[in-house]
Design a protein around this ligand. Structure first.
Ligand SMILES: CC(C)(COP(=O)(O)OP(=O)(O)OC[C@H]1O[C@@H](n2cnc3c(N)ncnc32)[C@H](O)[C@@H]1OP(=O)(O)O)[C@@H](O)C(=O)NCCC(=O)NCCS
Length: 193
């Protein structure tokens, strides 16, 4: 379903020492490296990429999702590096309920430098401030400590356990669902002033 507040020109976001921009062909090699990393792909609940064609198809998918106003996926580019280290997206946008789901992935070589936290903060701000969302969700493999930590640092609340939610490496795995309301976020912004 289309979400009418997605703009016609791809939104570039700046802040947190990062630029979030539309994904493009130059991101494909790093993206392939990330998606062909078995542990990282399993942590994200993604299927393992086996050829460059998988990410070429992925790029076409994300471009189409933007063109049809269904979803947004940004490349995460630290200002200090000038190249993409991962990506972050907002999907399942629901105009009736003003909700959407966020998810990020960063290449293993860049883990632990705050990139996912900074990028999530920027996209959450954009989601509440510009897209007019009132609820943002995230679903993470329950055993994915890094992902859970990023969400909890930003004030997401763990709302439940989705038992056997997805098949990861051939086994049904539990995922945790997290939610953040616009009112939680504006309260945090007021508190930090
Ligand atoms: C999850 C992921 C996006 C995090 O990216 P990142 O840029 O490394 O995240 P950040 O550096 O912003 O924050 C990571 C936090 O997790 C903490 N952490 C690291 N290992 C951890 C572990 N095993 N358990 C709990 N917390 C952990 C870090 O210390 C840091 O917290 P801190 O700032 O309080 O020290 C990245 O690891 C990734 O892409 N993993 C594979 C794909 C994936 O899991 N995607 C998420 C789909 S929901």
């Amino acid at each position: 379903m289309a979400y009418s507040r997605i703009p016609g020109v791809f939104p570039v976001l700046h802040g947190e020492g990062l630029t979030l921009r539309e994904m493009c062909e130059e991101d494909l090699p790093a993206w392939f490296a990330r998606l062909s990393d078995p542990e990282a792909a399993a942590m994200a609940g993604d299927s393992l990429a086996t050829s460059m064609q998988d990410v070429v198809d992925g790029l076409a998918y994300h471009r189409n999702a933007f063109a049809t106003k269904e979803a947004l996926r940004w490349a995460i580019v630290p200002d200090s590096l000038g190249a993409s280290v991962g990506s972050i997206g907002i999907v399942r946008l629901d105009e009736e309920n003003l909700s959407g789901e966020i998810g990020a992935a960063v290449g293993r070589a860049h883990w632990g430098q705050g990139f996912a936290t900074g990028a999530t903060r920027l996209v959450v701000d954009y989601g509440f401030g510009v897209l007019g969302l009132e609820r943002i969700e995230a679903v993470a493999l329950a055993s994915n400590g890094r992902s859970v930590r990023v969400l909890e640092k930003l004030g997401f609340t763990r709302e439940g356990l989705l038992r056997g939610y997805r098949i990861v490496n051939g086994t049904r795995a539990d995922f945790a669902i997290y939610g953040l309301l616009g009112s939680d976020w504006s309260m945090r912004a007021t508190d930090s002033r």
